[in-house]
Design a protein around this ligand. Structure first.
Ligand SMILES: [Zn+2]
Length: 500
């Protein structure tokens, strides 16, 4: 048995002002062909899980492409190049392969399509026809459409946020495909979309209330003997018609009824997921109050509205400005993507002093640039690191030329490249900063940082100033999303139910 596999995933923030070029999608490049087997074997993400399942079953794999990131609406050129490369493999091997297993996202959009996953599956189907079994693993933030169901033979979602179970989704997609090809399984996949937007900042499955949702789905799936049941939180920053939460069930039988029951259960409990939005001032007050309880450890403040993992620029200045306004002792903010300042610091060298405008250069939605004078260059790095977050442990990352600056009492890590959100302590550690020596750590992420920081930080406080990943949906100018949708439209009904 021979299966072609790969990962081509993009979480698209259509409110982003910059351009979704291929370089923005893959700032440190991507992995193609046989290299995938070397880079992803044993890795904690989709391809790692797919490789593990195939090896267990003695299946031969044809690797294609591997890329996952978030960012602005993808350009036609980016799609032509990235998807074109994947389709090149499909064309080359179509007569040799028995099935296809793809890691997609679910919230992809491009100049050429509002639904990148359907577009991708359609292009693949044009080459291999309608009979070739195709299974897909998807991100928990996928906005799932009927067409994705129609064009695939099973959709398998991540259940945890932080996405520490990406490999499991890839594993299950591959395992189920192999069982289908062996004639052991012929499951049905059913989708129920909900008129519900869920803010990523309330999505952490490590914490209540979302943990209860995840546990309910797992218990339900086990009790009913389902192959898979995913609660897709959806991605509220892809302004497309079907954006929002959904339920997908894969089962040999009873999929329709199970999906109905789970969707109704989510709807009845939706108010538990109403967003909470603290200003930077309120967040710092709360963090300081947590610190006052004793004199040890650090509190993390995450700036959720400028989370590069959701397609934001990562150079927003709201939280940094609040740190500077209070001249917060023992504070560090990292990282801010600003190539101009990072390179200037490298020119000045360690111990040198620089002045300039920091951050706020990509758009006018995340705060003005911060004017600073005589910042001391504390440390420099070439930006190469190996992730320590459980989500990507062992995989390489590069932030480009990076510097740690000191402005008054506040330290700030500035990088040349916008390379994903802050998942762990690496952006700090590469500049020699030991977080245990600080009291307040500011970073840009909504939830993924929790995989590393929740066991280590004394407390976590979420700041939600203006930005294109705010939980305050009223700040965003939606054009395409279906209305009514909760909580934008509080009186929204679903299946005749609006109480709960
Ligand atoms: Zn996600």
């Amino acid at each position: 048995m021979k299966i072609l596999f790969g990962m081509l995933a993009h979480e698209t923030n259509t409110f982003a002002a910059d351009k979704g070029t291929f370089e923005r999608w893959a700032p440190s490049g991507w992995t193609v062909g046989e290299d995938i087997m070397r880079v992803y074997d044993g890795a904690p993400d989709y391809p790692g899980g797919m490789i593990r399942a195939a090896r267990e079953e003695g299946v031969e794999l044809i690797p294609t492409v591997a890329l996952l990131n978030a960012g602005p609406l993808l350009t036609e050129d980016a799609i032509e190049y990235a998807l074109g490369t994947l389709l090149g493999y499909v064309k080359k091997y179509k007569d040799e392969i028995d099935g296809i297993c793809l890691g997609l996202h679910g919230a992809g959009a491009a100049e050429v399509t509002d639904d990148l996953e359907t577009y991708t599956l359609q292009k693949v189907r044009e080459i291999v026809g309608s009979d070739m079994p195709i299974t897909v693993s998807l991100d928990l933030h996928g906005n799932i459409s009927d067409d994705m169901i129609r064009l695939s033979d099973g959709l398998f979602g991540i259940k945890q946020y932080p996405h520490v179970d990406q490999a499991e989704a890839g594993y299950l997609a591959m395992k189920t495909l192999i069982r289908m090809l062996s004639g052991e399984s012929s499951p049905k996949t059913v989708l129920r979309q909900l008129p519900l937007l869920i803010a990523p900042s309330v999505g952490s499955t490590y914490n209540m209330p979302m943990r209860a949702f995840t546990e309910h789905f797992a218990a339900f799936a086990e009790a009913k003997g389902l192959i898979d049941a995913t609660f897709f939180h959806g991605f509220p920053y892809t302004d497309v018609h079907y954006a929002g939460a959904s339920v997908v069930v894969v089962a040999e039988e009873g999929a329709e009824e199970a999906a109905d029951q789970l969707a109704l259960w989510v709807w009845e409990n939706r108010r538990l997921l109403d967003p909470v939005c603290l200003s930077c001032e309120e967040a710092v007050d709360q963090a300081l109050a947590e610190l006052d309880k004793d004199g040890t450890g650090y509190v993390v403040i995450n700036e959720t509205s400028d989370n590069p993992g959701g397609g934001t620029p990562g150079d927003g200045t709201h939280l940094l400005r609040e740190f500077l306004r209070r001249n917060l002792k023992g504070s560090i903010m990292g990282y801010i993507a600003d190539s101009e300042i990072a390179l200037k610091a490298h020119e000045a060298g360690i111990g040198g002093h620089i002045s300039g405008l920091l951050g706020g250069k990509t758009d006018n939605q995340h705060g003005e640039p911060v004017e600073f004078e005589n910042a001391q260059v504390m440390a420099l790095s070439d930006g190469h690191a190996i992730y320590t977050s459980p989500m990507y442990e062992g995989l390489p990352v590069c932030y480009g030329k990076t510097a740690r600056l000191r402005i008054g009492n506040v330290e700030v890590v500035v990088s040349e490249t916008l390379s994903q959100q802050t998942f762990d302590d690496r952006p700090f550690a590469i500049t020699g900063a030991d977080l245990e020596k600080y009291r307040i750590v500011g970073l840009k992420s909504s939830v993924h940082f929790r995989a590393f920081f929740q066991p280590r930080a004394k407390a976590i406080v979420t700041a939600d100033p203006p930005g294109i990943q705010t939980a305050n949906f009223h700040q965003l100018s939606y054009k395409k999303i279906r209305r009514p949708v909760y909580p934008l439209d509080p009186e929204t009904t679903f299946g005749g139910v609006n109480h709960g």
